[in-house]
Design a protein around this ligand. Structure first.
Ligand SMILES: C[S@@+](CC[C@H](N)C(=O)[O-])C[C@H]1O[C@@H](n2cnc3c(N)ncnc32)[C@H](O)[C@@H]1O
Length: 196
C-alpha cells in the first residue's frame, strides 16, 4: 500500500471503532445471520481435524464464539484491527479463546493453525495486498489444515484468489431477503503446490 492507501486504511479503522462503540454491528447477532455462522462451524467440524486450533481473521466482537461450543476446538485466536471490537470480545471471556488487535495487512501469526477463517474480512483487504495476505495466512496453515472463507453476496474481485486451492465445499447461505446472502467456501492446500 502506498502512503495514501495507508492513510485511508487508518481512517477506516477509526470508522470501525466508532461503529463498534455505537453498537452499529450488533445486527451480526440477528437470527438472519445465524445460518452463516452455523455453516462455518459445520465446515470446521466436517473438514477440520478433531479439536483444531482456529484463527479467525476479522473476528470483530467474537460473534462466532457465541455460536461455537468450546469442545469443538482446542484453541481459538480472534484478530481484528478494531481495538474497540477486540475489547468487547475479550470481556466475554470465551473459553480457550484469545483476541488480539492487529491489522490484517501486516499481521503475521505466531504459530500455525488447523483452521483459518476469513470471516467477512477478505473484501476489506486492500486490492494490492490480497495475494500477499492470503499467502501469509496459507503459510500458517498446517499441512492438512482448512481455510474457510465467508463473503457477503457475490464477492466480486475476491473468489478468484482461492482458485489455486483445492475446494472442499462451497455453498450459498440464502435468506428470505433476496439481496441478503453469503457464499462460504472451504479449501485446503494443494499438496503439489510448492509455494507453501
Ligand atoms: C463485517 S465485520 C465481520 C465481523 C466478524 N467476522 C463476524 O462475522 O462476526 C468485518 C470485520 O473486519 C474487520 N476488519 C476490516 N479491515 C480490517 C483489517 N485491515 N485488519 C483487521 N480487521 C479488519 C472490521 O473491524 C470488522 O470487525
Amino acid at each position: 500500500m502506498n502512503l495514501l492507501d495507508k492513510f485511508h486504511n487508518w481512517r477506516r479503522k477509526l470508522r470501525w471503532n466508532k461503529q463498534y462503540r455505537k453498537g452499529r454491528w450488533d445486527n451480526l447477532r440477528n437470527p438472519i445471520e445465524a445460518e452463516r455462522y452455523q455453516t462455518i462451524i459445520n465446515f470446521i467440524k466436517s473438514y477440520g481435524k478433531a479439536q483444531p486450533s482456529i484463527l479467525d481473521l476479522g473476528a470483530g466482537e467474537g460473534v462466532l464464539n457465541e455460536y461455537i461450543t468450546p469442545e469443538v476446538f482446542s484453541y481459538f485466536l480472534g484478530m481484528d484491527f478494531s481495538a474497540v471490537s477486540i475489547q468487547k470480545a475479550k470481556t466475554k471471556n470465551f473459553p480457550k479463546a484469545e483476541f488480539v488487535t492487529a491489522d490484517i495487512h501486516n499481521y503475521t501469526p505466531k504459530q500455525k493453525f488447523d483452521v483459518i477463517i476469513f470471516n467477512e474480512a477478505f473484501y476489506y483487504v486492500h486490492e494490492s495486498e490480497k495475494q500477499n495476505v492470503l499467502d501469509r495466512m496459507l503459510a500458517h496453515l498446517t499441512d492438512d489444515g482448512v481455510l474457510i472463507v465467508s463473503i457477503y453476496r457475490e464477492g466480486i474481485g475476491c473468489w478468484e484468489y482461492f482458485d489455486k486451492l483445492k475446494q472442499l465445499d462451497f455453498t450459498t447461505v440464502k435468506t428470505d431477503e433476496e439481496k441478503t446472502y453469503w457464499k462460504i467456501g472451504a479449501y485446503k492446500l494443494q499438496m503439489l503446490n510448492a509455494r507453501f
